[in-house]
Structures are given as C-alpha cells and as structure tokens.
Design a protein around this ligand. Sequence first.
Ligand code: FE2
Length: 331
Amino acid sequence: MRRFAQNGRGGEEIVMTTDFSRRGFLKGSLAFGGVMATGVLPALADDPALFPQRGRWERLSIVSHHIKAGASRPFAVLHISDTHLTAAHPDESEAIRRRAKARSVTFGGRQEEALRDSLAWAKEHVDYVVHTGDLIDFQTKANLDLIGKLCGDSFPMMTCAPGNHEFYHEWKPEDAADPRKLLQAAYPFDVTFRSSVINGVNFVTLDNSSGKVSAEQATKFEAEVKKGLPIILAMHCPIKTAHIVRSASRFWRKKNLKDIPDMGKFVCAWQKEVRENETQDFYAYLASQPLLKAILAGHNHVTAADRFSPSAMEYVVGGNFMFHGAEITIE
Ligand SMILES: [Fe+2]
C-alpha cells in the first residue's frame, strides 16, 4: 500500500505504508530475489505465450534515419556493413584455418548469426538491403561459399559494395587465382559498379575499397546523374568529413571523450581548391550534385552521420559483426 505525502519541499513523494523494518525488508527482498533467480524470472522471460518475439531480434542494434529523396513511393532499406565472416572449410590449408580461428575471436564469433538475423529482420521490415562491404574478412573458399548461402535468397532485393577485406591479399586461396574474379563469381551482379532503381531512387554501389575511385567509375557515375533520378550512393570507404573523421578517430584510437580532436578548422583534401588525384576530384564533383541525396558507407565500424553536401547526408553504419545496422526510411 502507498500514499502520497508532501515532502516539505513543495513536491510529492511516494511513501510505502507497509510496516517493513529495514532488516525485514532486506530479508523479504532476498527471499523474493532467490525465488526470482531460480524460478519465476526465467520462466516468465522464456514463456513464448508472454514474449512471442523473445530472442528473435533482440540482439540487433538498429538505428534509424530518414531521407527525403523524392521517391515515387515511400520505402525502407536496411543498411549493414562489415560483417567480417571468418569461415574456413576443414580441407583448406592449415594457415587459413588458423587465421580463420584467430580472426573469429577478433570479431566475436557470431558474425554468421548477425548476418542471418539482419537479413531475416530485413525480410519482415524493409524493402531493400544495402551491404557496404567487408562482408567477408578474407578470401577462403568457405567465406566465398557463405556469400551465396547466406545472401542468395536476399540478392533479388539486395546490393553490395565490396570492402578492402573482400580482397585481403595476404591470404589468397592456394590456387592464387585473381581475387577480384573469385569475389565477382560469388555475386549475381557487378560489384565494381551497379545501379538499381527502387521506387524512383537510383541506388549506385561502387567499389572504392582501395580508397580510390577510378576515372571509369567516375564516368559511369556521371552517366547515372544524366538519368535525372535522385541518387543514393553506397560504397565501403566513407568520404572524409570532419565528424566522420572525428568519430572514427575516437573509436579506433580508443581515446577518452576529453581527447576528441577539435575538428573545427579541419578541411578534407577533396574540399581544397587544389586536389591531388581523381578520387578527390570525384568527391568534389559529388558534393556539387543536387541529385545526390545520401551516401551510405561502412569501414569505420562505428555508426556516425554528417552532412556531406547541401543535398546529401553521409551515413556510416557500425559493424554488422556487432549486430549493428541502420534502417533508412526514404520518401
Ligand atoms: Fe571492416
């Protein structure tokens, strides 16, 4: 039983009127806690009649963004990145199996579950999936097989841009075949450059996994701009903006809050008058395109967003190996 009482400071507070001595209260709590720990709480928590969704999506950590792109009909997308699958078949080399085991520890060992959960969630909640690379941690036959096995059902409504780890060069399969050809064979679409139009929005994925965009990719992108549709660009490496650089710097250097660098006067290379290469020229060109409505990227393993241009925000999503993702509603 409880009653409200004036607390002498002009407010109200709740007063328990049951006559518990402190000792009696603690005893009661402990006894109750003991029952909860051994019986009531787990039974309640696991009762599918009370919690039908229990265990289904609760490991996923999905942030939400909204983009006004000018779609013909509103829709939703799941953006994931950096799953870092670390599988190896028993008949792959000892070195590959050893590395797979070590890297599995690095990424927590639940990457397959994270991807399965993400794609299952996407099937029920969104219309399209964008994966911005490092789907695999390095090339093994098992990892290349997993791409089709885990994503094959989703591919009709999924696009992917490769990350630097897709081509991880120190651990090629033993036949030393061209890693680009091996990777491409795992996908039903071109992973270097692709355009897919969803409800009037042009999703362009391109491979900038080396940190570079080629002149050929830039030319293809210009052809996409000429189509006149709003564009969402998805690629692995984010374009550096002050806040994206700051968030990555804090995450990777593990600095304390007080050590966050002051990026107030930070100017990225592509924002300078004189630029050094065609990639920087391409990023400067992108910033001047009003049809560009958003950039989706990964690589940093930490979720962050920053304005890229007057028309476009850049959204970086945290590592899918940590069950991270972003739901993006688009209108
Ligand atoms: Fe990554």
